[in-house]
Design a protein around this ligand. Sequence first.
Ligand SMILES: Cc1cc2nc3c(=O)[nH]c(=O)nc-3n(C[C@H](O)[C@H](O)[C@H](O)COP(=O)(O)OP(=O)(O)OC[C@H]3O[C@@H](n4cnc5c(N)ncnc54)[C@H](O)[C@@H]3O)c2cc1C
Length: 390
Amino acid sequence: MQLTVEQRDILALVRDFVDAEVAPYASEFDHRDEFPEEMVEKLKEMGLFGITIPEEYGGLGQDLLTYALVVKELSRGWISLSGVVNTHFMAAWMIEHFGTEEQRGTYLPRMATGELRSAYSMTEPHAGSDVQAIRTQAVLDGDSYVVNGQKMWVTNGLRAGMVMLLAVTNPAAEPRHRGMTAFIIEKEPGAHEQPGLTVPPQLQKLGYKGVESTELVFQDFRTPATSVLGGADGVGRGFKYFMSAVELGRVNVAARALGLATAAFEAAIRYAQQRETFGQPISDHQAIQIKLAQMGTKIRAAELMVVDAARLKASGVRADLEAGMAKLFATEVAQEATLEAMRIHGGYGYSKEFVVERLYRDSPLLILGEGTNEIQQLLIARRLIEQHKV
Ligand SMILES: Cc1cc2nc3c(=O)[nH]c(=O)nc-3n(C[C@H](O)[C@H](O)[C@H](O)COP(=O)(O)OP(=O)(O)OC[C@H]3O[C@@H](n4cnc5c(N)ncnc54)[C@H](O)[C@@H]3O)c2cc1C
């Protein structure tokens, strides 16, 4: 893969960090469901919270490809660590592209250092795939909006100091999405209660541990009118802004899947050469070789799709089809690779002593999140039919 010297340097730095400080400890943190404070501090030091934020706002000014490859490396160590960065990256991207100059100046420098970390919240208890069915309302009252409603599955919902929030500002709008607005909500990081906002205890999950997923309950929460993303012009445009970020999110999830699948493959090919049955390493058995060949080939294909989608999107070309295909393919590969890695490990794959049990528990999130793979296929088909209209 052709990369610049700068891209290679950043990736080498992240890879070394992951090998030395993430991969060896990730399962312990996962088993304790513990937030990785020190690892996150290291991400800040490396500037990764500002990786795509322009240099003029204190970021590293890197493109989506560099970001995707960094996410792959972090996820190879532990997808929860990339989860700490992902919602933040999407919120920063939205502020950069749709925010006012004042919003860029206010938020991006603090986001670049990681001093201010962001969550990203559309989903509600009754509305995930059907985003237009959200009910959280923001009503203008003087110079502030009053927010009421409940959000669900907010990654980084407790520790984040801000939330990019989608809310309904005009319930009568037709179609509904024209009545939705994005807000930059400032909150107290780590607080379960603050005026107008309750963050209940974190949701208990199969995997993706360490990083919290929470509900957010807004009850007469006041946010200044100036917190509308894009200022007065942004009113009614929130859905569009969020959907643009979701397209990025798909490249991002595909990159996470690639990292997870790579970790499963690396564990499997190592173990296959160490474990002996019937007097020879299991890697000498053709049944195991076929599994390794399938995993290696599919991971390579997933990598090419991720790189292609990231490059296209970074060049400003419409890339929803390619991003969707990369998300669909890479996440299904990760699901398959983590199970195959477990099979190669035999009974030990089921043990908490080996990394593959964690990888196996982490992989389903990727086929569900950022648009389920069922929805993903509907979107892919819709675009393909558009392109091949008779
Ligand atoms: C750990 C975790 C972290 C998350 N983090 C965030 C976050 O930070 N911010 C955020 O906003 N959201 C987040 N989410 C929410 C996530 O994006 C949603 O869970 C996801 O979009 C699916 O929505 P749902 O769970 O409501 O499922 P539903 O929409 O209820 O879907 C249920 C099933 O029906 C299928 N289905 C629905 N509609 C159709 C259709 N038209 N045709 C065919 N099949 C259909 C779906 O594919 C799925 O199989 C997170 C979720 C998880 C699990």
